[in-house]
Design a protein around this ligand. Structure first.
Ligand SMILES: C[S@@+](CC[C@H](N)C(=O)[O-])C[C@H]1O[C@@H](n2cnc3c(N)ncnc32)[C@H](O)[C@@H]1O
Length: 214
């Protein structure tokens, strides 16, 4: 990758993501998805900490996995005001260092689009979840309209380059189900905005729980 591409992905994209993902409609969706978190939480792809102010009082500690040092630095002010201690425990959601059944809940917001192997990351998430635990998700992905989905696939190569590896067309319910998690608690809708923004704006949110073994 040329040095300017690194500079863009490493230093600019985390700041742009902080802006783009902190609009009123997105923050309202975050608040809904975060509301029922409790206990020991793993947040995968912590970014600039946009969920921190929304953690409910039932959250006792948060372990953050975040590869971007810039994202982590941007989160500093939010972390000092957090109601639960937040520590950075890793850099890659595809290889979690935690033991099996460590967390009461996992939170992932706008992260499955960017992790290179999202299926592997979700398998790791499932592994570290305690019995009775839940995965709280807010993720953009494949739209149901064939026309929008076609644009998502067309735009994917460009999006990956300009947005540090972000994919537009990931099939979020299929990925969640593939990890042995129920999709029943997920809802999806387009974010408000003009029709041209739809390839970026189909958002799945809710709580996914492990499916009982047959
Ligand atoms: C679009 S940003 C979203 C940040 C944050 N989750 C939010 O909701 O604002 C995608 C995040 O995924 C992170 N990420 C990329 N690859 C990752 C990986 N392999 N494991 C964990 N996080 C990753 C990026 O560094 C970035 O912070």
């Amino acid at each position: 990758m040329p040095p300017c591409t690194h500079l863009w992905s490493d230093r600019v994209v985390p700041r742009l993501a902080d802006r783009a993902l902190s609009t009123g409609p997105v923050m309202r969706l975050r608040a809904r998805v975060v509301a029922e978190l409790r206990g020991r939480v793993l947040e995968v792809g912590f970014g600039s900490g946009l969920n921190v102010a929304l953690y409910p009082a039932a959250v006792t500690e948060v372990d953050a996995v975040e590869p971007s040092d810039v994202g982590w630095e941007l989160s500093a002010g939010r972390r000092v005001r957090a109601t639960a201690p937040v520590r950075r425990v890793g850099l890659d959601g595809q290889r979690l260092e935690a033991d099996d059944a460590t967390y009461d809940a996992v939170l992932s917001t706008f992260t499955l689009c960017t992790i290179p192997d999202a299926a592997l990351a979700l398998a790791e998430v499932r592994r570290v979840l305690r019995p009775g635990g839940a995965v709280h998700l807010l993720e953009h992905g494949l739209a149901p309209s064939p026309a929008v989905a076609r644009w998502q696939r067309r735009l994917d190569p460009v999006q990956r380059r300009v947005a540090a590896g972000c994919h537009l067309s990931r099939d979020v319910p299929a990925l969640v189900a593939g990890a042995g998690l129920s999709v029943d608690g997920l809802t999806a809708a387009y974010l408000p905005g003009p029709r041209v923004s739809r390839p970026w704006g189909y958002v799945y949110g809710g709580v996914a729980r492990p499916v009982a073994a047959p």
